[in-house]
Design a protein around this ligand. Sequence first.
Ligand code: DGJ
Length: 751
Amino acid sequence: MAIIFHERSGIFHLTNDHVSYLIRIMENGQLENLYYGKKIRDREDFSHLHDETARPHLCVSLPDPSMLSMQYTRQEYPVYGTGDYRTPALTIRQENGSRISVFTYESHTIQRGKPALEGLPATYTESDDEAETLEIRLFDKVSSTALILSYTLFEDLPVIARHARICQEGDAPVLIERAMSCSVEFLGSDFEMVQLSGAWARERYVRVRPLEIGLQGVQGLAGTCGGAEENPFLALKRPHTTEHQGEVYGFSLVYSGNFLAQTEVSPFDMTRVLMGISPESFAWKLEKGETFTTPEAVMVWSDRGLNGMSQVYHRLYRRRLARGYWRDRERPILLNNWEGTYFDFNEEKLLQMARKAKEVGVELFVLDDGWFGERNDDFRGLGDWFCNTDKIPSGIGGLSRKINEIGLKFGLWVELEMINMDSDLYRAHPDFVLRTPDRYASHSRHQHVLDFTRQEVVDHIHDMIAKILRESEISYIKWDMNRYMTEPFSAHLGADRQGEVMHRYMLGVYSLYERLTSEFPQVLFESCASGGARFDPGMLYYAPQAWCSDDTDANERCKIQYGTSMVYPLSMIGSHVSAVPNHQLSRTTPLETRGAVAMFGTFGYELDLDTLSPGEMETVKNQIIRMKKLRRLIQTDSDFYRLLSPFEGNETGWICVSGDKSRAAALLCQRLNKVNASWLRFKLAGLEENTSYRVTFEVGGITRSFTAFGDELMYAGIPVEREDLLRQGGDFAALFYELEADQGVSMIRGF
Ligand code: DGJ
């Protein structure tokens, strides 16, 4: 791995065994993007890759005879107004109202390792050998503003992590109106754009569209990243790229607030990708001596298809984004009471649920919404983080100890960023609400958002929840967030700083997460937002798992988990077995299928076990035994391959293959049963061709097994008998395959 600077040609070459990224200091001092893609060998000069064609109407941005025009230049970090009419990466408004700026190269540093981003979540290294970081300092003389572009190249992975910092060095303040985390330009537009879009209960569906001249992108303006609707991710893939082969560029933003991910194709067939905080409603005033840091964008290149890209994100996010005690640990199998009781519970009911959970092998009991203040429905109580002792006479401390005595860990639900107007907190501090004066404050689920831009609000909430954590035996926190933001305005910020509210809010949330995760390092945090409406890398830096969706129907979950796996590893995907008929859809799916789908995630149950028959309890016990055996493989030690897409056909298929390729777990799940149907072959991936595997699976409660070499399993596939799917329930039936190498194979892999 190396970041090389060729002084004579003014070219930076970021290169490892996988990728090359070339930046050139142009004659006018600005930076250009010369190449990004598969590794190419280094040479002293690549300036011939600069494309300079004389065209009519071009604006020459240099006071010399060169024909350099910004409109046709692949700029590294473009600004608007000096001849480039495409969307810029940076706009700063100066005191006289001008938005023109010209940032030219001043200096650079190359260092081993990766510095942290202050106050923001980001990928990290554990030793300096894992990455190298280039920082290029540019300067705009007129406004006296410095711009630092930061690039970290990871040693073993085709990953470049980027962010920008803007520092005001002159006396007069500037207003940052737009500051992207990254900008990349490609020659050509032979791409399709992949995005993860959806809505509540159908989050992160995979959508693919060809690029066209003009703008296309995704944006989140709800204050919770893209909410359920959009994810801070886009990929550009070649039209022929599949899950298994072909070139793809992934862009993922480590951020949980408003974002923009956009492509722009010019009529000259150049494609610009921008990713960062959405400029809509954003403006940041920068005084002398202050620095603004953008969130981090993580760029992944792969020529091994979408699976190749996903596996890189999984490896990086599992080991160098997630942190702390739980990062490498198997996740506890939990029972959450929400769909079992909703608000209707008391202490005895909870203890009964916990005893039943213990019987089947559950490890963690989670008490969801409804334990605090006057919270007997969703009209009241948010903000009152003290136990409702009418419902739970022993208090949270007492209940947690009783649950521990049963032999289970105890977990608790909170929604710390929210307030109901019917709450003691609101009665004491009505000013804590984020709302615009003289305007109606829209509510959603009868609740309002707290002004987390204010330190005293964050402190107040911190003190309440830290007290409960200190006084109780709590091993897990589910941090929910059940509404989008409206009328954002902070009464404690001046008129010139209202554009900062949405980002400052996120900084407040991150700071509370940082405090709580440092003070209670062994507590497992799971983030949540009306299901999966805040499933982003920013959250996953603090909470290593996230509730994926309120839709727990196994068939719907195939789509949601398939799409989520595009970027996020299975250890981060919260997945539970729930009751039938399903509470969201009224659909009935086999218990075997519900268990099998949920096992490809963190795994747990969300129902009242008392409602199950003895036979179903037996099935649950067996599922838990299987998950305990497989969870290390599934959650911490495997590569995940998507095999059959629920967005394209009747079947969903996927497989986890251990790092040494000696073990695997695969799922085949069908939507509707078919009569007199054609053949079905389930082709696996990721196995060792020359290794013989014992394949074990269950049909109608009977275990079967056979052996086959990896090549046969991958290229000829497993012949699936339609009768077997019928025995597994017909509609929505699943087959779960476990693979074990007959003799061990030895493969060694980095992190
Ligand atoms: C929304 C979450 O997604 C659910 O799992 C549950 O915790 C409810 N909130 C509780 O209000």
